[in-house]
Design a protein around this ligand. Structure first.
Ligand code: AHM
Ligand code: MG
Length: 333
């Protein structure tokens, strides 16, 4: 494999794919650079005064951590000037974020969860940034919320950065999944994994088991059958992992297979799911499918859901193809 930098990789992609233009490359590069700065702030920890709650709530009514807001600001400031973005939307902001008048406005819509898994910041467990890029399809000079309400299959790029023992950027531009490792001394992203493929089968699931009493029957039954191991209908023993950082759980699945589930359940706040369609499910769904896996809400393909609201939630079941098909069969039988 050629250990190219992110810039070299994007140039190669542009030369071989007519759908990738200069503006998309500029957007990805400036976003990746912003994530270098987030990575630095994450690593400073208590020394940088970034731990703890900010004392405010986001549109979902969730408490915002200091690092949620710092990361949000770093991404907005790090990408708004690049000339490629029409407008942005963030999990942490109620309204869409316009591009200030002094900068050129491009044709791409950037959506992001600046710091996913933020309950893990203070306990020093892997966290991440998730992003999704759409094209503005309307003639609106100033993009509106409706411009963002496109199904996930329209994404032109998506991915995540995981701030873990290594800082990795995992990205798809619609032709496979690639991963870059950050060399922090030189702030360089170097291609380290290409054409990533998720194993089709698995015997590892990820779900927050403490919610079992709220689950609907298909999820309860599937997990019950997993727990029955070789003596049950699935005739194999399962292992379980739950990091409570979607980026870290998805990255494990990208690396060695598995399924990740955050289904809709009977809790009032989770009737439509917990995770956000536009900032979490769609970008992760795109990455997972591009790596040969599947992403559904139990019944429908995530990427085919037609969004009605910027901050809408969805159930999520994603990962190894055959296991997701199996879980889907529990929902349809
Ligand atoms: P966040 O965007 O507020 O950080 O919430 C999303 C996170 C996911 O990373 C993770 O899979 C899930 O919430 C964990 O939820 P729970 O604490 O209910 O297990
Ligand atoms: Mg999140």
């Amino acid at each position: 494999m050629k250990h190219s930098t992110l810039s070299q990789f994007l140039l190669d992609q542009k030369l071989s794919n007519l759908n990738i233009d200069n503006d998309l490359c500029k957007l990805i590069e400036s976003l990746a650079q912003a994530c270098v700065r987030i990575s630095y702030r994450v690593r400073q920890g208590a020394l940088g005064g970034i731990l703890g709650s900010h004392g405010t709530e986001n549109i979902q009514g969730e408490v915002q951590q200091k690092l949620d807001l710092i990361s949000n600001q770093i991404i907005v400031e790090g990408t708004q000037w690049c000339g490629a973005v029409a407008a942005m939307a963030s999990e942490e902001e109620e309204q869409i974020i316009p591009i200030p008048g002094e900068y050129r406005r491009g044709n791409y819509l950037l959506l992001f969860d600046p710091l996913d898994g933020s309950s893990n910041i203070d306990v020093n467990v892997s966290i991440g940034t998730i992003f999704s890029v759409l094209e503005k399809k309307s003639d609106h000079e100033q993009p509106q919320e409706a411009d963002f309400l496109q199904s996930g299959h329209n994404q032109v790029a998506a991915g995540y950065v995981v701030y873990g023992p290594q800082t990795l950027l995992v990205i798809t531009l619609g032709n496979g999944v690639y991963s870059f490792t950050l060399e922090s001394n030189t702030s360089t992203w170097t291609l380290t994994h290409e054409n990533i493929q998720i194993p089709e089968t698995t015997s590892e699931f990820a779900i927050n088991m403490s919610n079992m009493r709220y689950w609907h029957q298909p999820v309860k039954q599937y997990i019950q059958d997993c727990l029955s191991g070789v003596d049950g209908p699935l005739k194999k023993n399962y292992n379980m992992r739950w990091i409570a950082s979607m980026v870290a759980d998805v990255h494990r699945i990208i690396t060695r297979g598995g399924v990740f589930m955050y289904p809709a359940d009977k809790r009032e706040s989770v009737t439509k799911g917990k995770l956000r369609l536009m900032y979490e499910a769609n970008p992760m769904g795109f990455v997972i499918e591009q790596a040969g896996g599947l992403a559904t809400n139990g019944k429908n393909r995530i990427l085919d859901i037609s969004p009605q609201q910027l901050h809408q939630r969805t159930g999520v079941i994603l990962g190894s193809k055959k296991e997701v098909e199996l879980i889907t069969s529990y929902h349809t039988s």
